[in-house]
Design a protein around this ligand. Structure first.
Ligand code: NAD
Length: 270
C-alpha cells in the first residue's frame, strides 16, 4: 500500500491540523457490519472516517481503529454530537466506543437546543487535548452566526449538504473569509435526481476518460471543499479516491457551476 501522502491531498484547518480532503462517511452502515466495512475502507486508502453518535456505529469504527495496523496518527476520525446538557458525558462515551484518546474532529450535528453551551464544552475538550478540531454541521443563518460571534475557538469546518445541484456558492465565499472549510455531506446528493446519469456530467466525464463520480469529486475538491462520499462497492470506494490527477478546464468548471439549483435535495433542515 502506498503511503497516504502519495495520493491524498490534505487541507490545513484554521488551527494547523491537517485533514484529508476526501474521506468516507459511515452513515447507515449497520453497527454489526461497521468494523469490517471500515477495515475495507481503510484498505482502499481512506484515512478520514466520518461517523456520528446518531449513526450508532461508533463502536464498530472503534473496533476497526483498534484492529488496523495503520497508526492512529495517520487516521482522521470525525464524530458528531447532539446538543444537550450531558454532552461531556456523551463525548467520554464516544472516546470509549472509538477506542481512542482523542477525536480529530467533533461537529455539532444539527441545530438543536443550547448549541452555544455545547460548543463551549467542545472548546474545553480541545483545550484538554481530547479533541483536535471542532466545527458545525447543518448550521445556517442565525444559528451559525451565534456560534461564530461568541466562540473562543473558531469552527474549523461546517459540514453541509453540498453537491453540483446545491453548491452553496455564497457559503463557499463566506467561509473562505472566516477561515472555515466547507465539508460536503452527500457529495453525490445520495444519487438523487439521477446525478450519475446526468448527460452534462456524463459528457464531461467522457472527455476526461473519468467517471461521473470522479468528475463531481474533482470539481468539489478543486474548490477546497472536503468530501465524504460513500459506496459499499470496493471498486467505487477506490474510484472515489482516484480523483487527484486531472484538472477540469475552466469551461467545464463553468458548465458545472451553472448546474447549481440553489436548493436542497433533502429538505431535512429547512
Ligand atoms: P453520497 O452523496 O455519498 O451518495 C451515496 C450514493 O452514491 C450511494 O448510493 C452509492 O452507491 C453511490 N455511489 C458512491 N460512489 C459511486 C460511484 N463511484 N459510482 C456510482 N455510484 C456511486 O450520499 P450519502 O451516503 O448520503 O452521504 C455521504 C456521507 O455524508 C454519509 O455517509 C455521512 O457520513 C455524511 N452525511 C452527513 C449528514 C449530516 O447531517 N451531517 C447527512 C447525510 C450524510
Amino acid at each position: 500500500m502506498k503511503g497516504v501522502r502519495e495520493f491524498m491531498k490534505f487541507v490545513t484547518l484554521n488551527n494547523g491540523v491537517e485533514m484529508p480532503i476526501v474521506g468516507y462517511g459511515v452513515y447507515r452502515v449497520a453497527p454489526e457490519e461497521t468494523k469490517d466495512h471500515v477495515l475495507e475502507v481503510l484498505d482502499a486508502g481512506y484515512r478520514l472516517i466520518d461517523t456520528a453518535q446518531q449513526y450508532r456505529n461508533e463502536a464498530g469504527v472503534g473496533e476497526a481503529i483498534a484492529e488496523t495496523d495503520i497508526p492512529r496518527g495517520e487516521l482522521f476520525i470525525t464524530t458528531k454530537v447532539m446538543s444537550n446538557e450531558r454532552v461531556a458525558e456523551s463525548l467520554e462515551a464516544s472516546l470509549e466506543r472509538l477506542q481512542t484518546d482523542y477525536i480529530d474532529l467533533v461537529l455539532i450535528h444539527w441545530v438543536m437546543g443550547d448549541d452555544l453551551a455545547t460548543y463551549r464544552v467542545l472548546e474545553d475538550y480541545v483545550r484538554a487535548g481530547k479533541i483536535r478540531a471542532i466545527g458545525l454541521s447543518n448550521f445556517y443563518g442565525d444559528a451559525f452566526d451565534e456560534i461564530v460571534s461568541n466562540c473562543e475557538i473558531m469552527p474549523a469546518v461546517n459540514q453541509q449538504e453540498t453537491h453540483v445541484f446545491y453548491q452553496n456558492k455564497d457559503l463557499q465565499e463566506q467561509y473562505k473569509e472566516l477561515g472555515i472549510y466547507l465539508e460536503a455531506w452527500a457529495p453525490f446528493g445520495a444519487g438523487r435526481e439521477n446525478m450519475f446519469e446526468n448527460p452534462i456530467l456524463a459528457g464531461i466525464a467522457e472527455k476526461y476518460d473519468r467517471s461521473v463520480a470522479q468528475v463531481i469529486l474533482n470539481f468539489l475538491i478543486s474548490k477546497d471543499i472536503i468530501v465524504i462520499p460513500k459506496s459499499s462497492n470496493p471498486d467505487r470506494m477506490r474510484e472515489n479516491l482516484d480523483v487527484f490527477d486531472f484538472e477540469l478546464e475552466a469551461e467545464d468548471v463553468q458548465t458545472i457551476e451553472a448546474m447549481d439549483r440553489g436548493e436542497s435535495l433533502f429538505d431535512w433542515f429547512s
